[in-house]
Ligand binder design. Structure first.
Ligand SMILES: Nc1ncnc2c1ncn2[C@@H]1O[C@H](COP(=O)(O)OP(=O)(O)OP(=O)(O)O)[C@@H](O)[C@H]1O
Ligand SMILES: [Mg+2]
Length: 527
């Protein structure tokens, strides 16, 4: 958020003049130790503010360095919340992607309903904390409201890609991917379902080109020198290659509009249009990054249709651009594995990516970051995650991000059952075993396991055989040796997917549990 030439002080003065309750709100924040950092009018009588919480609140609740506020005179609308989501993208990693504090005065008008009720009716999965004065016209301190409201929301239960400060434990991966993108590499980000691939790549592209990740085309413009063209191949499965190129052109046009960029991609469509547009961007000495999320769908179309016809033309074009403008063009493919881009021929011609794609395998969140994630999210919901709990969680989930969060969610459920209304931080160690039971009952756990089994048994028989052997065998080292050793294809693939602990050769317990209890015996011996 920039206020043009206005200083923060001027903006805050304007805020207090325009919004009836603005002065009270700012007073309350200051009283609580918050430091205002940004203020921006986003529509008539609608403002976004950002403030740094005092350290004890930030750490006590595991919050991002800044909190986001929406203040509306009248009634808050869905679009105010969309603007807030876009602000998260704009802020780099300074805001939580799943938390916003909302204030309006809709409830003070005749027939106005409480803000909390109205917020519940606006779709979306993030936590909206309603902060308003009560019936007695007393406005409670925000710290108190947070203490009451934050624990009521299950922050662990999240299935979509995470944004902003919610990306945890991936600093090294973000740095590596960023370096590769800036170097103009073609990178494949591979990993199991829900291992955090989209979240990782978004963290890099949000920083490089926020406009590529902002949804509201009328948002305040954010310019950048890099152009990220992001498409999701899921849903394009009936497409021809020109449709894929058109999708990219549409993404580019959206990005240009959001950036307030005067550049208009040429009207020409298809591969030809994409070529002309790319050339024009590069001629303006700008960087270009293509991202294809769920790239597998371009190669496995529904009904066993095989690759999108002509897909090699598109890949070849990206490669040609990147060779011609060394370092200025990068490509990021996101998917489960490099299977489709490692075939020698595509469309009957040599595969343009065969030698040029650097694989980046995204495994689990490594210690101690897995524990930090559990602790940070735990603080937000009023849990003091203990060391025994952290060790147990690691053993069961192997650090897989979605599963680790699911463990936290199961833990929260278990603790709340035993200590329902405690407002102090509740120690989790006494409840850890109960959490395992709940964790194993989660549909998300079964889904991830089923997909791991399907993937390995279909595409990686050596890894599958080794997996089954490891589940049965008391001595993992011998099982690995039997499969061809640590460098054999079975062990290598399990390691790529982050399923085999480097040091102990242990499998995550959710997976051995799944194979032992839920995988039919005939499937187990079928390979
Ligand atoms: N770095 C992270 N920190 C915290 N949570 C994460 C992180 N990465 C992933 N998650 C959790 O995992 C879930 C899946 O993340 P994401 O959608 O990025 O994975 P993906 O590999 O792209 O999944 P898919 O297979 O559906 O494409 C998120 O909803 C979030 O709960
Ligand atoms: Mg994804």
């Amino acid at each position: 958020m920039s206020g043009g030439t206005n200083t923060l002080e001027q903006l805050l003065r304007r805020f207090q003049n325009e919004i009836l309750f603005g002065a009270v709100m700012l007073d309350k924040l200051t009283w609580d130790g918050f430091e205002l950092t940004h203020a921006c009018p986003v529509a008539p009588r609608s403002w976004l503010l950002r403030a740094k919480p005092p350290q004890h609140i930030q750490e006590g609740f595991g919050l991002a360095p800044e909190l986001l506020f929406i203040a509306v005179q009248g009634e808050i609308q869905a679009r105010d919340l969309h603007r807030a989501a876009d602000e998260v993208v704009r802020s780099g990693l300074r805001l939580d992607g799943n938390l916003v504090i909302v204030t309006d005065d809709g409830h003070t008008y005749d027939g106005g309903r409480p803000l909390k009720d109205r917020l519940e009716r606006i779709p979306g999965r993030d936590q909206r904390v309603a902060w308003v004065w009560g019936e007695d016209r007393f406005w409670p301190p925000l710290s108190e409201v947070l203490r009451q409201q934050l624990p009521t929301y299950d922050v662990f239960e999240e299935r979509d890609a995470v944004r902003g400060h919610q990306l945890m434990g991936r600093d090294a991966e973000v740095m590596e991917l960023r370096t590769r993108v800036l170097r103009g590499d073609a990178v494949g980000v591979f990993g199991l379902r829900k291992s955090g691939k989209t979240s990782l790549v978004r963290a890099v592209t949000d920083a490089l080109d926020p406009a590529s990740g902002i949804m509201d085309p009328d948002a305040e413009h954010v310019a950048s020198q890099a152009c990220v063209i992001w498409i999701d191949a899921q849903g394009l499965d009936q497409a021809e290659v020109d449709d894929v190129a058109d999708e990219m052109l549409a993404a580019l046009r959206r990005r240009m509009r959001t950036a307030g960029d005067s550049y208009e991609p040429p009207a020409k469509q298809g591969i030809g249009g994409l070529k002309a547009a790319s050339q024009a961007i590069l001629d303006a000495r700008r960087r270009l990054c293509f991202v294809i999320d769920e790239y597998d769908f371009l190669f496995e179309r529904e009904g066993n249709l095989g690759p999108v016809p002509g897909i090699s033309r598109l890949l070849r074009q990206v490669r040609a651009l990147s060779q011609q403008q060394q370092g200025a063009v990068s490509l990021v493919l996101i998917g489960r594995d490099p299977e489709h881009v490692s075939v020698p021929q595509l469309d009957g011609v040599p595969n343009p990516l065969l030698a040029g794609l650097t694989p980046m395998w995204l495994g689990p969140i490594r210690p101690p970051h897995d524990t930090e994630m559990l602790r940070t999210l735990g603080r937000r919901v009023g849990l003091a995650v203990g060391p025994e709990t952290a060790t147990l969680a690691r053993a069961w989930t192997g650090g897989h991000p979605l599963l680790h969060r699911q463990f936290g969610s199961a833990l929260r459920e278990e603790v709340r059952l035993h200590a329902p209304r405690s407002l102090a931080k509740e120690p989790t160690d006494p409840h850890r075993e109960g959490a395992v039971e709940r964790f194993l009952g989660r549909q998300a756990v079964l889904d991830v396991d089923r997909e791991i089994i399907a993937l390995l048994s279909k595409r990686y028989p050596d890894a599958y055989t080794l997996l089954l052997d490891l589940v049965e065998s008391p001595d993992p080292a011998t099982a690995v040796k039997r499969s061809g050793g640590p460098q054999g294809s079975g062990a290598r693939m399990l390691r790529n997917f982050g399923l085999l602990d480097e040091a102990t050769l242990a499998l995550p317990k959710h997976l051995s549990w799944y194979v032992r209890t839920l995988l039919p015996t005939q499937t187990r011996v079928a390979v």
